[in-house]
Design a protein around this ligand. Structure first.
Ligand code: AMP
Ligand code: ZN
Length: 148
């Protein structure tokens, strides 16, 4: 699997730096954003290093998309937001700050103003409590029912 020694997300994949992990499969890893734009802001990353949408391989791209649906359903079940933003940024000019392909999942409450990125660090304990709810929803078979 291709990795980049200078990439913070590769270091997370390699367990060289910690993260609040909520989900993992062979090709993807999902963890809480440390600067949450809203409660429950989650990142879904490819385990292999690809800088952006322009160079990610098809298998990883599909794997991230499939994982994002799993996470979105679990976040819906766990936090019951009124909506969710799912997006990503390519290139510094577009707002990308970590050059390792990832999707943002940002839960939104009706009337809530949220940016595309968190600007301030969240409280680790508050983030962990939200992550616990997402992990519990992922462990519940019902969280993946499309009807929910
Ligand atoms: P982007 O600007 O799309 O590249 O987003 C990068 C995101 O990664 C930002 O929302 C950061 O808050 C987040 N981030 C950076 N370092 C970490 C980390 N060590 N753990 C969790 N999230 C991180
Ligand atoms: Zn990387």
């Amino acid at each position: 699997m291709q990795q980049n020694d200078n990439c913070i997300f590769c270091k997370i994949v390699q367990r060289r730096i910690p993260c609040d992990k909520v989900y993992e499969d062979d090709s993807t890893l999902s963890f809480m954003d440390i600067n949450p734009a809203s409660e429950g802001h989650t990142l879904v990353i490819a385990k292999a290093h690809f800088a952006s949408l322009l160079d990610i391989d098809e298998a990883s791209l599909v794997a991230v998309a499939v994982a994002s649906r799993r996470l979105a359903r679990a976040i819906q079940a766990a936090l019951q937001p009124d909506g969710m933003r799912v997006g990503q940024f390519n290139g510094a000019a577009a707002g990308q700050t970590v050059f390792h392909y990832h999707l943002h999942i940002i839960p939104v409450r009706a009337g809530q103003k949220v940016g595309s990125h968190g600007r301030t660090p969240g409280q680790p304990e508050a983030i962990r409590q939200v992550a616990d709810k997402i992990r519990a929803a992922l462990a519940s078979p019902g969280s993946q029912d499309a009807a929910r």
